[in-house]
Design a protein around this ligand. Structure first.
Ligand SMILES: Nc1ncnc2c1ncn2[C@@H]1O[C@H](COP(=O)(O)OP(=O)(O)OP(=O)(O)O)[C@@H](O)[C@H]1O
Ligand SMILES: [Mg+2]
Length: 245
């Protein structure tokens, strides 16, 4: 057993001009855990996720990965640390194929730098059919532009699985999805957990995340007001806190 959490953020502050988006937030991600990060509009959820994924730097506070302090200055730094992020519109490029999106930034190449399309395609096919079966995606050559929101999320998740991310950050992944698609994304996250990937799932909609979360964290106006294991709380208690703040 590791004695340190997978990720520990300590005393994180972040200001945007006069707005204090985060006011000394402590946030932990444990091994093999799904954390539901909830709170109202402007609570600071995305800011916290963006700090962990290298989009923003904290003004103050420290981040530790497995007990070691880390500086995450870019998206590349985050990826190197095994942190993959899926935003609401995902980080997919619409005009590229499913295959190119899976390997984006990590293309397989031949000598002289040519893309090794054959191997990438084969690998993409394997990812699409084996690790996560994405319904409705027929070929790795399909353009992402024509995929549904849920299929795009699934491609992004497949990428995280393939590159063995340890931590998956999902910022409102289901907001634009149908009920069926949302359910699928939630299933993937559970599936990932079974494969040792921890996730942070950001949402306004507590019902979405409650079912799969191991722990729930509520932010309110830049502060953490609740951090509780699911077995020690209830949907009613959490809703009550959300309403009263
Ligand atoms: N780049 C930015 N520039 C200026 N202000 C920002 C920026 N990003 C966030 N903020 C402000 O910081 C606060 C926290 O925003 P954040 O996006 O983290 O909230 P959130 O909890 O993700 O909200 P939502 O649920 O609406 O997505 C808000 O007041 C927001 O206006
Ligand atoms: Mg947000």
């Amino acid at each position: 057993m590791n004695k340190h959490p997978l990720i520990e953020m300590k005393g994180i502050y972040k200001k945007f001009g006069a707005i204090e988006a985060l006011k000394g937030v402590d946030f932990i991600i444990n091994y093999n855990e799904i954390v539901g990060l909830i709170g109202d509009n402007g609570a600071g959820k995305s800011t916290l996720i963006n700090i962990l994924s290298g989009v923003y730097q904290p003004d103050k506070g420290k981040i530790y990965k497995e007990g070691k302090e880390v500086i995450i200055s870019s998206h590349t730094d985050a990826i190197k640390l095994g942190i993959e992020t899926i935003y609401q519109n995902t980080a997919l490029v619409d005009q590229m194929s499913v295959m190119r999106n899976i390997f984006l930034g990590r293309e397989m190449t031949l000598p002289f730098g040519f893309l090794n399309k054959r191997d990438m395609k084969q690998k993409a096919l394997q990812i699409l059919t084996e690790s996560i079966a994405i319904s409705g995606i027929k070929s790795p050559d399909q353009l992402v532009e024509y995929l549904s929101g849920g299929q795009k999320q699934a491609v992004a998740i497949a990428r995280a699985v393939h590159f063995k991310s340890q931590i998956l950050l999902l910022d409102e992944p289901t907001t634009a999805l149908s009920v069926k698609e949302s359910r699928k994304v939630l299933e993937y996250i559970k599936h990932l957990k079974e494969n040792g990937v921890s996730s942070v799932f950001v949402t306004h909609n507590m019902e979405h995340v409650y079912g799969i979360a191991d722990r729930l964290v509520i932010l309110s106006r830049g502060e953490k007001i609740k951090d509780v294991r699911k077995e020690d709380t209830s949907l009613e208690e959490l809703s009550e806190i959300m309403i009263s703040h």
